[in-house]
Design a binder for this molecule. Structure first.
Ligand code: ZZB
Length: 284
């Protein structure tokens, strides 16, 4: 594996490294296809987030119904469910069982994960459900997204659609009990946007559905910016602190407790001159 300097790239000149926090969300109910081989194992959906300080507000976890996920064995002895692309990056970050190798021990679709109960760190819900999100990109993060509808407009819009649109629930075989009781949790107060900033922004911009991409982007940018500089934590060990200060504290806590892992990937597509998709590798 050669380092791919800027001048060795056919695509992606100047593209840097994105650092995510990979949240370990344990499967309580195993999908049928995984029951036999993984029924007695610790299996986690890995959700890539840029907002570890919002994990107190998780209400569910999103998967792409038609997305293909693999089950990978990690150095820790645990099993991670994620996209093959994420497993490939992790194989070069000393996370998979054998360095540079990432054989999928099984495959599972997002649809097969929907409705499974999950245990996820820091949230006040005892367990949450895997639900569909139709705008997930399989070429970003792990293809699994943890849902914080209090502070993420995309998550709020999707959850509201699932809660209120029977036809949508029927299409993806979602039961009311998996989404309707899971209201957003106030975790951050932002002056001017209140303690459910994503809901405020979605309502102010009159966003009608999870498909309203342009306005959702505007709402997301506003929540990121206002949240980061002006948001005050309402919960957790950094209660009363600004988000900017709380973020590294909560991130370190999640890692120390074994609830999360650091995960890196190129922040955009990088292709080498020999035509290979580039990854982020640990180099000493
Ligand atoms: C929890 C969370 C809480 C997030 C929040 C955001 C916010 P970005 O914003 O485009 O740079 N995400 C992660 N992977 C994917 C994917 N494959 N497809 C679609 N969405 C994905 O991407 C990073 C954020 O987008 C991640 O951080 C994740 O949602 C989601 F309160 O995790 B986040 C204002 C945003 N607030």
């Amino acid at each position: 594996m050669q380092p791919c300097a800027d001048h060795d790239r056919a695509k992606g000149e100047g593209v840097g490294v994105q650092e995510y926090v990979g949240i370990k969300i344990q499967l309580i109910d195993m999908p049928l296809t995984l029951q036999k081989d993984f029924g007695d194992k610790k299996v986690f959906l890995i959700a890539a987030t840029l907002r570890p300080e919002t994990m107190f507000g998780q209400t569910n976890c999103y998967v792409l119904p038609e997305g293909e996920y693999g089950v990978y064995e990690m150095k820790s002895g645990e099993f991670f469910v994620m996209s093959e692309r994420a497993a490939r990056n992790m194989a070069f970050q000393e996370l998979t069982k054998e360095d540079t190798k990432y054989p999928a021990l099984a495959k599972v679709t997002g649809q097969e994960l929907i409705g499974k109960r999950l245990k996820t760190p820091l949230t006040s819900y005892e367990f949450v459900y895997a639900l569909p999100m139709l705008t997930i990109s399989m070429n970003k993060g792990t293809g699994i997204v943890t849902s914080v509808p209090s502070d993420s407009p995309d998550d709020y819009a999707m959850l509201r659609d699932l809660q209120t649109k029977k036809g949508l629930r029927e299409k993806y075989l979602v039961e009311e009990e998996w989404c309707v009781p899971f209201e957003p949790i106030p975790i951050i107060d932002i002056p001017g946007l209140g303690n459910l900033a994503a809901k405020t922004c979605v309502e102010n911009l009159k966003i009608q559905s999870h498909k309203d991409a342009e306005k959702l982007k505007e709402a997301k940018d506003m929540c990121y910016l206002e949240g980061f500089y002006k948001g005050i934590m309402l919960v957790g060990p950094a209660k009363g602190e600004r988000v900017e200060v709380a973020k590294p504290i909560i991130k370190d806590y999640l890692m120390k407790e074994g609830f999360a892992i650091p995960y890196y990937e190129p922040e955009g597509e990088v292709v080498s001159r020999s035509g290979d998709q580039c990854i982020v590798a640990l180099k000493f």
